[in-house]
Design a protein around this ligand. Structure first.
Ligand SMILES: Cc1cc2nc3c(=O)[nH]c(=O)nc-3n(C[C@H](O)[C@H](O)[C@H](O)COP(=O)(O)O)c2cc1C
Length: 194
C-alpha cells in the first residue's frame, strides 16, 4: 500500500556542498544540497539558490562560483554556513575554513573540502521561487591523498572522502554505508522475465 501527500519537495540522498561566491577577499560560503550534474560535455551542473539570501546576487554579479564537497568531519561548519547569512557574518572567519585561490575563476575554493569544482555561470533562471544557476565546470581539484592513483581523477577513495550526506525531508546528515555493487555491471545479471 502507498499513501500520498500531494506535491512535496523531498529528495534523498543529496550531497552537502559548500558553494563559494565573491572575490578572494570578500568570499562567502553557502550550504547547498540542491545540486545536480546536467551535462557531461562540457561538464555542467545546476544549483538552486534562494532569492532572499546573499549568495544569489553574488553569483549574478560575479558570474562564477565554486562547488566544494563537504566531508563529514566538517559537518558543524557546513551546517553553520546553512543557517547564517553572508549579509551578517564572514563565514570563512567564523568557521576557520581555509580559502585557496582557484585556478581559473575569481571565487576561491575550500581547502578542507576534498573535491572542488570551479564553475563559470552560463545561464540563470528563476524556477518557482528559486534561482537556478547553470555552471560550466572549468577546473576540478581533488586532494591527492584521497586518490589511489594521482593521475586518474576517478581513482578516488570514497571512504577516505567520507562525504556528508543530506537527507532532504528528514533534515538529517548521514554518512555512506558499504558498497553493494558495481554500476553498469550488476544489471547484466538480471534474469529477464518472459
Ligand atoms: C544542509 C543544508 C542544505 C541547504 N541547501 C540549500 C539549497 O540547496 N538551496 C538554498 O537556496 N539554500 C539551501 N540551504 C539554506 C542556505 O544555506 C541558507 O539559507 C544560508 O543561510 C544562505 O546564506 P547566504 O545568505 O550567505 O547566501 C541549505 C541549508 C542546509 C543546512
Amino acid at each position: 500500500m502507498k499513501t500520498t501527500f500531494g506535491p512535496k519537495k523531498i529528495m534523498f540522498p543529496c550531497p552537502t556542498t559548500l558553494v563559494v561566491t565573491g572575490s578572494f577577499e570578500k568570499a562567502n560560503i553557502v550550504t547547498i544540497a540542491w545540486v545536480s550534474l546536467l551535462s557531461s560535455s562540457p561538464p555542467t551542473l545546476g544549483i538552486s539558490v534562494g532569492q532572499n539570501g546573499f549568495s544569489g546576487n553574488e553569483i549574478k554579479k560575479n558570474g562564477n562560483f565554486s562547488v566544494n564537497i563537504a566531508s563529514a568531519n566538517i559537518m558543524t561548519e557546513s551546517d553553520f554556513c546553512g543557517i547564517n547569512s553572508g549579509k551578517d557574518i564572514d563565514k570563512f572567519k567564523a568557521t576557520g575554513l581555509t580559502k585557496l585561490p582557484s585556478k581559473i575563476i575569481m571565487s576561491p575554493i575550500i581547502k578542507e573540502c576534498p573535491l572542488n569544482l570551479e564553475c563559470k555561470l552560463v545561464d540563470a533562471n528563476i524556477v518557482g521561487i528559486t534561482n537556478h544557476f547553470i555552471g560550466e565546470i572549468v577546473e576540478t581539484h581533488i586532494d591527492t591523498d584521497k586518490l589511489r592513483n594521482v593521475n586518474i581523477y576517478n581513482s578516488f577513495d570514497i571512504e577516505a572522502i567520507n562525504p556528508l550526506i543530506y537527507i532532504g525531508g528528514a533534515r538529517e546528515y548521514r554518512v555512506l554505508g558499504r558498497k553493494v555493487g558495481d554500476t553498469y555491471q550488476i544489471g547484466k545479471n538480471l534474469k529477464v522475465k518472459e
